[in-house]
Design a protein around this ligand. Structure first.
Ligand SMILES: C[S@@+](CC[C@H](N)C(=O)[O-])C[C@H]1O[C@@H](n2cnc3c(N)ncnc32)[C@H](O)[C@@H]1O
Length: 272
């Protein structure tokens, strides 16, 4: 089996980096994702007039919500190592509503290009699970957060990815096999509160967010197709079984019975 490399570690080296911009925007526009972001930003305590950093901002889905939330008196910066995603973020923000005007900067979470104590709140949304040295990013987030400010992170936990399809053994091979080979830390969600405490943050709190998809829309279809495509390429399943699995999901959707769910976990702590 070839070594799998998570494309989110270096989007700009992919053959079609814009594909990932489309995926992030499609995910971000799902109503359940909008609700998830709102709840997470409340957990993080993002409010009017704050200075907020969004690490691994991608196309700026979260950054745009933060900008609306902090308002014109706030400061919002998005940082990401992908120049392609940053270009999309800048373009997308031009059409966004009122609020702070975010700045999008090229940079790596492993060495954030900001001085000590520059922000009130520092966020990373669905970033740490992709990065092998995620704890170094947490250390950097702490450094650039002011004493008394907050560091808040949100990740999926792919140990909680469930689908109501008949063939359980095949589902495990595809879903768990994909997660283990794709992500640096597929169970990242459940680790976050512990890692924030270990990093030295105080008063750490966490919250689970259960995202349920009962509509087999383009985003959900592409999510399942990518899993089958990669599980087949990595020889975790035969192509014929992968196709059969997708057909069973489509059949459930045609009956109005499609059910997919994934837990996200948020954690927030105070910089001493
Ligand atoms: C799944 S995307 C999430 C994007 C955005 N936070 C969102 O929720 O839409 C993961 C992001 O992490 C970025 N990333 C990967 N490695 C990184 C690193 N070392 N430091 C900061 N960001 C990184 C990727 O470029 C990508 O934009």
């Amino acid at each position: 089996m070839p070594a799998a490399v998570d494309p989110y570690r270096a989007i700009d080296r992919e053959a079609d980096p814009r594909r990932f911009a489309r995926i992030l925007e499609a995910r971000g526009s799902q109503p359940n994702q909008t609700r998830l972001r709102r709840a997470f930003l409340s957990l993080a305590g993002v409010g009017a007039g704050m200075r907020v950093l969004d690490v691994g901002c991608g196309t700026g889905v979260v950054t745009r919500d933060v900008a609306a939330r902090v308002g014109t008196g706030g400061v919002v910066v998005g940082v990401d190592p992908s120049r392609v995603l940053l270009a999309v973020a800048r373009r997308r923000h031009r059409g966004a509503g009122p609020g702070a005007r975010p700045t999008f900067r090229h940079g790596d979470g492993l060495g954030l290009p900001f001085p000590l104590a520059s922000f009130d709140v520092t966020l990373a949304v669905t970033v740490l699970l992709h990065v092998p040295a995620g704890d170094r990013i947490l250390g950097e987030m702490m450094r650039v957060t002011r004493p008394g400010g907050r560091v808040a992170v949100l990740d999926q936990d792919f140990g909680t990815f469930v689908l109501d399809v008949p063939d359980r053994a095949l589902t495990r091979r595809i879903v768990d096999g994909h997660a283990e080979h794709f992500y640096a830390e597929p169970w990242s969600g459940r680790t976050l509160a512990r890692r924030l405490r270990l990093a030295g943050l105080a008063r750490v709190r966490s919250q689970a967010f259960v995202v349920v998809d009962q509509l087999y829309d383009d985003y959900v279809r592409s999510m399942l197709e990518r899993r089958v495509e990669l599980a087949t390429r990595w020889r975790l399943v035969a192509a014929v079984d992968g196709r059969r699995w997708l057909r069973s999901a489509e059949a459930a959707a045609a009956r109005g019975d499609f059910f997919m769910s994934l837990n996200y976990y948020g954690a927030v702590g105070v910089r001493p």
